[in-house]
Structure formats: C-alpha cells, structure tokens
Design a binder for this molecule. Structure first.
Ligand SMILES: [Zn+2]
Length: 459
C-alpha cells in the first residue's frame, strides 16, 4: 500500500513536470494522498472534465474557445475545444482535430488530448515554437466523444442496446454486415446502429468536421488484440471480393503515418516507454507500425477522410500496456503500477510524436503569416465579379475516386489545401455557372505551392 502511494505520487509529480497532467492545478496534485484524490486526478468525472474546460477558456480567453457541439445519448454536453490565437474567431488557418474516447472504456484518449491542450495553453507566449503553432493553426479537440461510455466504462453509447459509435459513420456503413456480421446485432459490442448517423454523438462530430474541414486528425483508441500499438490510415479492402479502390491519397497518407510512427520511435530512443523493460516490448520490435485501417465499414477515420479530405488516423494503443479499468475502479488490491507507468510513458511518448507533427507541417513565417510544408498546393478561389470567396470543385487529375467526396474550397475563405506526392499535376478549378480554370503545377519539398484562382461567371 505504501509503495503504491509513493509510486502514484512520484508518477503524478512526473506528469506535472512533463506537462501531461490533465489540467489540475499544481497545488492540488502536490497534495495527492487519498485514493479519492488520485482517482479524480487520473479519471475525472464527466462533470469535472466539462468544468475544467470552462476554466481553461476563462483562464486563456484569447487562445481557448470551448463549444458544446451536441448532446450525448444520456443528455450530456459534448464539448469541443479550439486552441488558436483569436480563438473565438474563424480564421483562415489549417485545422487539426484530435479526438478521444469514441469508445468509452479507452480513457487514454482523454489523457492525451487534455495533456496536449495543457501544453499548448501553458506554452503560448512562453515557448516560441508553441506560440507559433497556436498562431498558425486552429487546433481542435473533442476529448470525450462518448460521454455515456466514459461514465459507465463501456464501449458503446448505451446499454439498451447502445451503439458502437465507431461503426455508425456514413462511409460504407452497410459493409460491416460482411466484415463483422455481429455489427447488426443490437447486443453486440459492435452494433452499428439502425442507420448511419443515427446517434447524436456521431452527428455532432460530423457537423463539426464538415464545418471546420480539418487537414489532419487522430482518433485515439486503446485496447486491441495486437501486441503492438499502431497507427492506422484509411483504408484497405480486406477482402478479395471488395470493390473499393485504394484511396487516391494513398502515398501521402502512408508517408504521414510512417512519419508519426518514426517520431514516436525517436522519442522512445530518447527514453520513452519501450526501454522500461517490459517483456512484451522488446526494443528491437518496439515501434508503432503504420498500417492500413481495416476494411472500411462505418468507422470514423475513414469517414473523415472520405467526406472531408482530412488525413485522419486511428492510433491504437496496445491493450497490454495498460489495465483500462484501473482509473475507473482504482482498487488498491489489484493495482499494477508497472502497467500504469508504462501507459503514462506512452502518453508522453505519443504527445512528443504529435508535437513533431505540428512542428513538421509549419514551413516558415512570412511577415505576419505562416507558410506550410509541402509537397502540395494551397490557395483561394475568388469570384471575379464580387471579389468574394467561392466554394469550387478542386480536382487533381488522376487523384479523384468514387469512394471519396469531391474536394472543394472552403465557402468562408475560398481556401483549398491538398497534400500531394512530389510531381507535376493538372489542377482543375470549377463551379457551375463559372468558366473553369486549369493550372499546371509542380510541387516538391518546401512550402505548399500557393496560387489563387479567380473564376469568372459565364455570360
Ligand atoms: Zn476503440
């Protein structure tokens, strides 16, 4: 018992130092002494999470904007947090979307998202690099997508029968009947729901994504049957008789996944979890492989990519790292500090990898603005008659597909982004009632190639 408290106390102090504490004031964490306080620190109630986010907004009003994006199946507010300069305004900046706890009993997603929010808010105005990220991006978080599941430690958003939210998105929703037949059974853990977007949680996430059009995103999971953590990208077919084609962005999707995996490995070598002597995690094989997401069947990440164009990944943290019931029922009798410590090391390690991603995409500064790293294209579409931004179709020849929704410029700013492998492309910009424009563009390492396009209305 004494050993356990010492271990947890030391661990908590270490977390605060590493900036991973979940937003608890340092004074409180220093006074950890009872198991109740420990439980609250590591696994706050849903109400405590909501209150904590409100305090963050009050404490950092310029850079934190908190918004209720819907209500969960049990009537709780689903909270989205935006960290950016001028947070209350929509600005023409690339957006990121980090998501936690679509499956209620996978709480590390909460720790990672709250830890990143903590680091960004505390670093703004203090650390030049973090200040630049907050200025250059709109960084969105939904720390808990599934409030009911979090509160009850269940995968689904209810138990009578409840839906696996990660089978409820409208991208090949019907295919799970082929790949995972139990998804049609309301009492299965994988129940897909009665229709795509039948659930208030998935509708809230859908609407936020369609509004913000994030360029990058991660949905954090943990608990999987594989011995290693992994990062999964959209998508693979999984069956010879499936007709879905590889994504047209396959090369860049894979490259980015591999980079994140490599950065996580790099931070491991700097002292991360893999060196902690776990018999499972032999350092020789201990890395996060980049894999393709299993057969597309209603999952969130595939939808975010197919419908919005987001380079959206799932990070699966291996189950054996961590007893996922620990925080919820911290019974001293079945405590496992080693596993807990590994989990926290993993959170730190993964956070380092994500910061490397935020670092990597920022190419440079030009006056008051920023440039972003290619290869790829960006620009704005403007109406020649009115000078106003236009939503227009942006087609890169050879990189379209039936499985993905057409990519368009943002209606509010006319902004488009498309990451591409290095090469020369023909880009067609069109809108009904306007004369289409075609541009020949060569992209390479360096900043995104920028070109604005003015479309002229047809007479
Ligand atoms: Zn999961």
């Amino acid at each position: 018992m004494i050993r356990r408290l010492l271990t947890l106390g030391a661990l908590l102090a270490g977390l605060v130092l590493a900036g991973i504490a979940t937003g608890i004031p340092t004074g409180t964490s220093a006074s950890v002494g009872t198991s109740m306080q420990t439980q609250e620190a590591f696994y706050p109630s849903y109400e405590q999470i909501v209150a904590r986010l409100s305090r963050l907004e009050a404490g950092f009003p310029d850079i934190v904007h908190v918004r209720e994006i819907g209500r969960s199946s049990n009537g709780k507010p689903i909270m989205a947090v935006k960290v950016s300069d001028n947070a209350a305004q929509e600005e023409d900046e690339p957006a990121w979307l980090f998501l936690g706890i679509i499956h209620g009993r996978e709480p590390l997603g909460l720790r990672i998202t709250l830890g990143l929010i903590h680091d960004l808010t505390r670093g703004y105005g203090v650390d030049q690099e973090i200040t630049d990220w907050v200025s250059a991006y709109e960084i969105w978080f939904v720390p808990v997508q599934n409030a009911y599941g979090y509160e009850t430690n269940r995968r689904k958003n209810g138990d009578r029968p409840g839906v696996d939210l990660n089978r409820n998105f409208d991208f090949r929703w019907d295919r799970c009947a082929v790949y995972q037949p139990q998804c049609t059974d309301p009492y299965s853990s994988y129940f897909r729901g009665t229709a795509p977007f039948s659930e208030p949680e998935t509708r809230a996430l859908r609407d936020l994504a369609l509004e913000q059009r994030p360029l990058f995103g991660i949905d954090f999971h943990h608990g999987n049957p594989f011995p290693q953590s992994q990062i999964m990208r959209p998508w693979s077919t999984g069956r010879a008789d499936d007709t879905v084609l590889p994504t047209p962005d396959q090369a860049r999707l894979l490259e980015t996944a591999q980079e994140i995996a490599r950065w996580t490995l790099a931070s491991r070598q700097a002292g991360g979890f893999c060196q902690m002597g776990s018999p499972i995690f032999d350092p020789a094989v201990c890395r996060m492989p980049a894999m393709s997401l299993l057969a597309p069947m209603g999952q969130s990440s595939n939808w975010h990519y197919a419908a919005v164009g987001t380079f959206h990944y799932i990070v699966e943290i291996a189950e054996r790292l961590y007893n996922d019931r620990y925080f919820y029922t911290p019974d001293p009798a079945d405590d496992d500090p080693h596993s807990l410590q590994q989990a926290e090391e993993y959170v730190r390690n993964l956070s380092d990898g994500i910061k490397q991603w935020l670092r990597r995409f920022l190419h440079g500064k030009e006056g008051e603005g920023f440039t972003y790293r290619g290869p790829g294209i960006t620009g704005r579409v403007i109406d020649a008659r009115t000078g106003q931004p236009l939503e227009a179709l942006i087609e890169v020849e050879g990189l379209t597909g039936d499985a993905i929704r057409a990519r368009t410029s943002d209606p509010e700013f006319g902004r488009f982004h498309r990451l591409l492998p290095a090469g020369t492309y023909s880009v067609r910009i069109s809108r009904e009632g306007y004369q289409a424009e075609t541009r020949r563009v060569t992209v390479a390492d360096g900043p995104l190639v920028t070109f604005d396009v003015t479309l002229t209305p047809r007479q």
